[in-house]
Ligand binder design. Structure first.
Ligand SMILES: *Cc1c(COP(=O)(O)O)cnc(C)c1O
Length: 396
């Protein structure tokens, strides 16, 4: 058991998986920027490949810097082990590849991160994988969708951009009853506020690109499993498929994680203030934030999350034109997709990410023309509110 196993999240974020470098005493984990590792002898190489002796062989099959990151995130999630990947999508695709075969069926949250759904509909379907995309925040939909060939229940909570919440513990009970694997995309909340494995999930996936790295300068992903059996199963696929993270990227994420609890707490505190401000603003017709009592699943949010996150979506009066006016009016927030960074980002799906989707399909997914998504950063809440306030004045 690691020395930080029983520690709190602040300690884990700084120390888990990381120890003083035995060679020179470096306090920061060294970046082992190497593709391959020399063996001490022919016998040593043979023993390492046979798995009789522990040791690194080739970076696709493990690297000390990458391993430090994997242990750190696994401990933060209270899971058995982690597998770091080149992107969040590499993590998700590897998990799909592990559990889905020709004739398998997956049940998943309809409003998952777009590519998580598209890769099933466009690629895995070519190999005979069947799918049902449903509103998993209503548990009865899940029971109705499970078939004899269902192998995976895949959920994302809170969902994007509606921030609808799915009951993780209830999903774990359903998955257990049917003998299927429960996978949770925990990118939105992160391990400081939500730990799906503690609630019964089998596998957690992350885009480390978002709050874990937190500085909008790396693309990376992670898979965490609840036990050794699942870890070994996914590890084999990961090593063969090759969605390996680069050691330098792994180190950047490891550094970002050191301040993860501090950043997510500050941004969640900001988000609460901003949500209250938006709620009382005359140009805003609705605000979705799990921390607001008006959120339809506020009670469930309180039960399974220990914070409410940094994502707010709100609706302005005046449709596309008003949405664009706010985009062009803000000065502090950058107009960009992605989320969870230390800096605030703003996005207008109807004119940006979802402009190519028909108005009807957008509305079916809960994306109205005046909907704005705000990823709250760690600036002063008063500055963000002042910026949003002056941008909302631009709506005429
Ligand atoms: C960004 C994101 C992903 C994909 O991660 P990449 O690092 O961009 O590949 C998956 N799920 C969620 C919820 C995300 O926000």
């Amino acid at each position: 058991m690691s020395k930080t196993h029983a520690c709190g999240k602040y300690t884990k974020a700084i120390h888990a998986g990381q120890s003083i470098d035995p060679l020179y005493g470096a306090v920061s984990v060294p970046i082992y920027q190497t593709s391959t590792f020399a063996f001490l002898s022919a016998e040593d190489g043979a023993a390492k490949f046979a798995g009789e002796v522990k040791g690194y062989k080739y970076t696709r099959l493990g690297n000390p810097t990458v391993n430090a990151l994997e242990q750190c995130v696994a401990e933060l999630e209270n899971g058995h082990g982690g597998l770091a990947t080149a992107s969040g999508m590499a993590a998700i695709s590897t998990v799909y590849m592990t559990f889905l075969s020709a004739g398998s069926h997956i049940v998943s949250t309809g409003s998952v991160y777009g590519p998580s759904r598209i890769v099933i509909e466009k690629q895995f379907s070519r190999f005979g994988v069947e799918y049902s995309y449903i509103d998993t925040s209503d548990l009865s939909n899940i029971e109705k969708s499970i078939k004899s060939n269902t192998k995976m229940l895949y959920i994302e909570t809170p969902a994007n951009p509606t921030l609808a919440i799915t009951d993780i513990a209830a999903c774990a009970a359903i998955a257990k009853k049917h003998g299927i694997v429960l996978v949770v995309d925990n990118t939105f909340m992160g391990p400081c506020f939500q730990r799906p494995i503690e609630l019964g999930a089998d596998v957690v996936v992350h885009s480390l690109t978002k709050s874990l790295n937190g500085h909008s300068d790396v693309v990376a992903g992670m898979i965490v499993t609840k036990n050794a059996e699942l870890y070994k199963k996914i590890q084999a696929v990961h090593y063969q498929m090759g969605g390996t993270i680069d050691p330098n990227q792994a180190w950047l994420v490891l550094r970002g994680i050191k301040t993860l609890p501090l950043r997510v707490e500050k941004s969640a505190q900001n988000a609460m203030e901003i949500a209250e401000f938006l709620k009382s603003h005359p140009a805003v017709t609705s605000v979705a934030y799990p921390g607001l009592k008006s959120h339809p699943q506020h009670e469930l949010a309180k039960k399974q999350m220990s914070g409410f996150g940094s994502m707010i979506t709100f609706e302005v009066k005046g449709g596309i034109k008003a949405g664009k006016a706010v985009m062009n009016g803000v000065k502090l927030a950058a107009l960009a997709v992605s989320l969870g960074g230390i800096e605030s980002l703003i996005q207008h799906p109807a004119s940006m990410t979802h402009a190519g989707v028909s108005k009807k399909d957008r509305e079916d997914a809960g994306i109205t023309d005046g909907l704005i998504r705000y990823s709250v950063g760690c600036e002063d809440a008063s500055d963000i509110i002042a910026d949003l306030g002056q941008a909302l004045e631009k709506i005429k």
